[in-house]
Design a protein around this ligand. Sequence first.
Ligand SMILES: [Zn+2]
Length: 350
Amino acid sequence: MNTYNDYHLGFKEHNQKMIESTYKNEMKGNNKRTLVFSYDDDGDCVNAGSRTEDNKDIIEINTKVLLEIYSMAYTLFSQPVFLPNIGNANNESPALIRATYNKSIDKILLTGEPKDEKRGVLARYLGFSGCQFILLHELGHILNGHTELMTSLGLAENGFNMIAKAILDQKIDCYTGYSLDRRTLEMDADAFAYSTTFQEILAMFSDKDDFYINHLSNPIDIFFLYGVMHMLVFLYLEYEFPIAYDKKNTYLPNSCRYALGFGIFEKILQDNGFTQGYINIILPRILGGGKIASKFFNMIYHTDYNFLEMAVHDNNLKEYVDEVNTHWEKEMKRRLKKYRITKLFNEEDN
Ligand SMILES: [Zn+2]
């Protein structure tokens, strides 16, 4: 079941509804806490963050991040060579489409749209699924107890920002190991976004009447599209905030953050009873979406990113991910237990 066929909803209204339903579901009986969205429509700094203050869970978001994702989604579907089997792709004339936001009507305005209606619908879907991923990452910080942990350490005002303001301001002498803690929590927030979005994709896939599935030539293409979204989000982050292998970083490199998804997808597919044969069809579809997304991203932004190549050949990647996974198992899972709302990743293994 998905709730996004609500074309009549405004842009922010739609985002909020989408995230609020997950929040309310997880909060269940807890009526004390409320979720608040705070948008920065004019800021130039690409940034998203979350924090918890006096029972208020706050997601802060720079509107530009979401608009960039929409711009990319619409640009992709207006290329005749992108998913040529969907709709009448030959009629498309390749264009760079930009999305802007009109505050007074709460709508996204586009400089163009795919000519084919089906492709337009799917461009919109691709756009909001990218936004959903970004917003769910922030919600993950809240529901998995990260923001409350930060509050308990006196670091609430900084929250989880894309740019670790706290570090820039050099306020963080509070405890050592901050960067590793943060990298670990960022990985956990990514894991939350991955599992929530991927479960939803599976639900769509198995729903014969799903609105978006019916716009695809083959239901399995939903995994391809998911792979496009997943890659675009991290390529865009890399473009705005390249992250290097450095122990002082509060994030894993974007290529690691991208690659981590695959382990989660595989586990979810297994938990949902998919056979290995089926899994071996689905995962390459996600990967295929990622490859196409990279190709187009590099073309549009004049970059030369290759996360897939890095994921296979980069030895640092394994060492980095192992360090964070170990820290998660040995330390952070325990520290988060009293704050978390949702069950933590692998928590049942304890
Ligand atoms: Zn984060």
